[in-house]
Write a protein that binds this ligand. Structure first.
Ligand SMILES: Cc1cc2nc3c(=O)[nH]c(=O)nc-3n(C[C@H](O)[C@H](O)[C@H](O)COP(=O)(O)OP(=O)(O)OC[C@H]3O[C@@H](n4cnc5c(N)ncnc54)[C@H](O)[C@@H]3O)c2cc1C
Length: 523
């Protein structure tokens, strides 16, 4: 059997569906191949009995955040009316013994400066200086925003050299280096300012300052948001766009190979219909890989694998997460969880840099030391997740695939259960009584991410955000590959997270269409 498609997308994560939906919107006939039984990759929401599980999303920035790729996607596909983004009341609550009372990090730079200044009055100047660096870096990203008129540009022109200097000065710095410069050894202030580092890295000493300034800066500027009803809503909308244009999205259909023509360009994609089903070849001149380059190389003829991987040489993979979801028979607020997102730092941590010792803890059964964790109470907002009856609470900790390697399935399950018990005991110590309300529980680890998403090392954000060895960076920030007609559309294109993966999908669609979204001519 063979059928022609203008484009075949391998993998249905946000990067793949974004590329597929944009091509469909431009008139292309698109086939999406997904190896799992459902679409969305990490952007999935599912039910287990009365419990609704959000597989990934805690927070994302709104489309109007500086430089946010969602703006373009939402505008082009008219998603503003379909996807409801619920603002999260405060960015994070932080609990650490060195801070004293829990600290609430609000949204908005002025509010953040005021709240930090009130808690650390002796550090007011340093706080302002550091936040100014972040604001200036963000403004650079916003210069191209089409919504800014001539007056905005004239007003900000005088600041442009200083903004550029702020961005360039720390182009190769780590988070720890910049924090040290502005905040010295005030560790409590560092914990208060960047509590949610488990979302980005497992080591602040090697985390790229620019990742903090742009990604976390965006949250500081525009606030965190959750998609009402779960990340599945966005997945479903993108799938609908593809189907409405005559395309298809097949589940249980792993891609098994990419055929190249005599000219070396993409000529077809092979996939299996079900686990033991027959292999089918689809004729197409355009293939989009939502799967990691490390997976993609095995789909290609041996002769081109090395050139595909060359630009990625030496690039470290991002972290993974351990994610536990609990179903409570009472709202978490009844036990005192007052914030949407609370970060619990353990007592054994003395400095923010000690965070590097958290992820390795999961390589053994829980002991005296527990890792830092983010606790998300979806019941704090109108998340639309409690429809099954139970209230959803999620906890994440930084994790790595090697923590779980070499365990047979019984040993793996036993270790996972032990960690679930330990995490529940930890939140019960913080909010007494909550353990008694837990009526359902599940846990995903780096091994789940590796097996379910087919990501190398269980990486969930593509490549690690580490300072580049050289500037400008030689490694790719691009959808292009050395194979004609083959594009990367995922967290491995430009960066991870919802915004990063969507940006990767847009970049791939744009590159394939010759630079102009909506113009099928180049395909
Ligand atoms: C627990 C957790 C919490 C997170 N929290 C947040 C958050 O709060 N905010 C945020 O912005 N981001 C968050 N993220 C990260 C974000 O979800 C991801 O970075 C992003 O969704 C990755 O999208 P992607 O398009 O790269 O691909 P993925 O979602 O990784 O999907 C890749 C898809 O390709 C498929 N595939 C692979 N190989 C093949 C093949 N051979 N054939 C067919 N299909 C194949 C896989 O099955 C998978 O469906 C979180 C992630 C996790 C796991």
């Amino acid at each position: 059997m063979s059928q022609d498609y203008d484009a075949v997308v391998i993998g249905s994560g946000l990067g793949g569906l974004t590329a597929g939906a944009l091509l469909s919107h431009a008139g292309a006939r698109v086939l999406v191949l997904e190896r799992n039984a459902s679409l969305g990759g990490a952007a999935t929401t599912y039910h287990r009995g009365a419990l609704t599980i959000e597989a990934s999303l805690h927070e994302t920035t709104p489309p109007d955040a500086p430089g946010d790729p969602k703006r373009e996607l939402f505008e082009l596909l008219g998603l503003e009316d379909e996807i409801q983004l619920i603002p999260v009341p405060t960015l994070h609550e932080v609990r650490w013994r060195g801070l004293g009372e829990p600290f609430q990090l609000p949204h908005g730079f002025d509010n953040i400066e005021a709240a930090l200044g009130a808690r650390f009055p002796e550090e007011r100047d340093n706080i302002r200086a550091l936040l100014t660096q972040v604001r200036r870096t963000l403004r650079i990203m916003d210069y191209g925003n089409p919504e800014h008129g001539a007056w905005w540009r004239i007003r900000n022109a005088a600041e442009l050299p200083l903004d550029l200097w702020a961005a360039l000065r720390d182009m190769r710095s780590s988070l720890s280096e910049v924090f040290e410069r502005y905040l010295g050894d005030n560790e409590a202030l560092k914990f208060a300012l960047f509590p949610n580092l488990p979302y980005y890295t497992d080591d602040p000493d090697t985390f790229w300052w620019m990742g903090f300034a742009t990604a976390q800066g965006s949250y500081m500027h525009s606030g965190g948001h959750y998609i009402r009803g779960g990340s599945q809503r966005l997945t479903d909308q993108l799938e609908a766009t593809i189907r409405e244009a005559g395309g298809e999205a097949l589940t249980n259909s792993p891609a098994t190979g990419i055929d190249l023509g005599p000219d070396g360009a993409v000529a077809g994609v092979r996939y299996r219909q079900g686990e033991d089903g027959p292999e089918v070849t689809v004729a197409t001149e355009n293939a989009f890989s939502n799967a990691a380059p490390h997976v993609l190389q095995d789909l290609l003829p041996k002769a081109v694998r090395a050139s595909l991987m060359k630009p990625y040489e030496g690039r470290r993979l991002s972290i993974s997460l351990m994610s536990a979801t609990l179903g409570l028979d009472k709202p978490a607020a009844e036990f005192g969880i007052a914030s949407y997102s609370t970060v619990l730092f353990p007592d054994w941590m003395e400095r923010l840099s000690d965070f590097k010792h958290c992820a390795p803890l999961l390589a053994a059964d829980p002991g005296e030391r527990l890792p830092a964790m983010c606790v998300v109470n979806y019941g704090q907002i109108d998340s639309g997740l409690a429809e099954g009856g139970l209230h959803t609470l999620n906890m994440v900790c930084a994790d790595r695939l090697e923590n779980w390697e070499g365990l047979d399935s019984d040993a793996y399950r036993a270790r996972r259960d032990a960690w679930l018990d330990a995490l529940i005991a930890r939140i019960d110590a913080e909010w007494p009584g909550i353990a008694g309300a837990v009526k359902a529980r599940t846990m995903s680890t780096a091994r789940t991410m590796h097996e379910h998403l087919n990501t190398p090392g269980g990486a969930i954000y593509g490549f690690a955000m580490v300072p580049p060895k050289e500037f400008p960076r030689k490694a790719p920030g691009t959808a292009e590959t050395p194979v004609e007609g083959l594009w990367i559309s995922s967290a491995y294109t430009m960066g991870g997270g919802f915004s990063g993966a969507i940006g990767g999908g847009i970049a791939a669609a744009r590159a394939a269409m010759g630079g102009k979204l909506g113009d099928m001519g180049a395909l």
